[in-house]
Write a protein that binds this ligand. Structure first.
Ligand code: ADP
Ligand code: MG
Ligand code: ZN
Length: 324
């Protein structure tokens, strides 16, 4: 079976990533393109098929070498129907039959998974070797996604939406989230929220080196806030520490709910590296209960932007080859 490959697809609101992955998790070939969801699902799905075929051709393989396709897509998903029900960043995509389309086009088994769940499986499968255990991944990007791996399985839950930890409420009086709740983790720990809080403080007249940066660049992003916080700008430090505190609260709640050995921080915000990690670890240590010794190792993701596609391929290897 050394010739065999699985295709992993990571469907994002911004980027579409496709990778041909061997049974050990090695990426043999990959391609990325802008999703441009406004083109409509038919065109984007056709492109997935096209890119998959192109990767196989690059590898001198035919579809006969393909053991299955894994696809990570933004939720909520309907697993029974194999559809993307409605995704916040795929406007106009309603009940898109992604699994059947890929199955009919490529003639292989297709495993559909929530995108953050797929990324968590990727970190479990080929990330840090210490990750081959119960783990929770938080992806801190435009929003906050998460995936929970217990006993080597993705936790889906009865309604198949387990792991939407970005919508864990950490402050009942907090800002309104696009999901309709108030004070979701996403309102404090996404790159978007870090930037928005900084901008709103600046509008309120706060003194900060961020004001000059906003003036020069015309825009701010979370990396400006993390950089200025590291340079001891008081407003940036306050926002950064607040972000880390809410992340620590989330990690504590995660620990009590699932008791994983590892909690991993990924996504754009985790580019801040140790600066993020140390603050979250500190806040966690100070606030976690004093009754037990069930302290998880909180670490940084390893696979970066490839995690989703690799994990989706890993789920294809795991689920599409059963019984063969
Ligand atoms: P998505 O996958 O949702 O498109 P990403 O995971 O790429 O998002 O994350 C984008 C976010 O990460 C942006 O808000 C950006 O400002 C933030 N980001 C990127 N690099 C850094 C950094 N070094 N420090 C803090 N935030 C960062
Ligand atoms: Mg998830
Ligand atoms: Zn929410």
């Amino acid at each position: 079976m050394s010739f065999a490959v699985a295709i992993g697809i990571d469907l994002g609101g911004t980027n579409l990533k496709v990778a041909a992955v061997d049974s050990t998790g090695r990426v043999l070939s990959s391609a990325q393109t802008a999703t441009n969801p406004a083109r409509g699902p038919e065109i984007v799905l056709a492109e997935m098929v096209d890119l998959s075929d192109r990767l196989l051709t690059q590898l001198n393989r035919t579809r006969a070498a393909l053991i299955g396709v894994g696809v990570g897509a933004p939720g909520p998903l309907n697993q029974t129907a194999g559809t993307v029900v409605r995704a916040a960043n795929l406007v106009g995509w309603n009940d898109v039959p992604i699994r059947d389309f890929l199955h009919k086009s490529l003639h292989v088994l297709v495993h559909l998974e929530n995108d953050a769940n797929a990324a968590a499986y990727g970190e479990f499968w080929v990330g840090d070797p210490k990750n081959r255990t119960d783990l929770v991944l938080l992806t801190l990007g435009t929003g906050v996604g998460a995936g929970i791996i217990l006993g080597g399985q993705v936790l889906r839950g009865h309604f198949e939406n387990a792991g939407e930890l970005g919508h864990m409420i950490v402050n009942p009086e907090g800002p309104l989230c696009a999901c309709g709740q108030r004070g979701c983790l996403e309102q404090y720990a996404s790159g978007t929220s870090v930037t928005q809080r900084a901008q709103s403080e600046l509008r309120g007249g706060a003194h900060s080196t961020l004001r000059q940066i906003l003036h020069t660049q015309g825009t701010l992003n979370a990396s400006d806030v993390s950089r200025c916080a590291q340079q001891s700008d008081p407003l940036s430090m306050r926002i950064w520490l607040e972000t880390c505190m809410y992340l620590a609260l989330a990690c504590i709640n995660i620990q009590h709910a699932f008791n994983p050995a590892r909690i991993i921080l990924g996504g754009g915000l985790s580019q801040a590296g140790e600066f993020l990690l140390h603050s979250v670890q500190n806040e966690f240590k100070n606030r976690f209960w004093k009754l037990g010794h069930d302290v998880p190792a909180i670490g940084l993701a390893r696979l970066g932007y490839d995690a989703g596609a690799i994990g989706a391929a890993g789920l294809a290897w795991k689920n599409c080859t059963a019984g063969t």
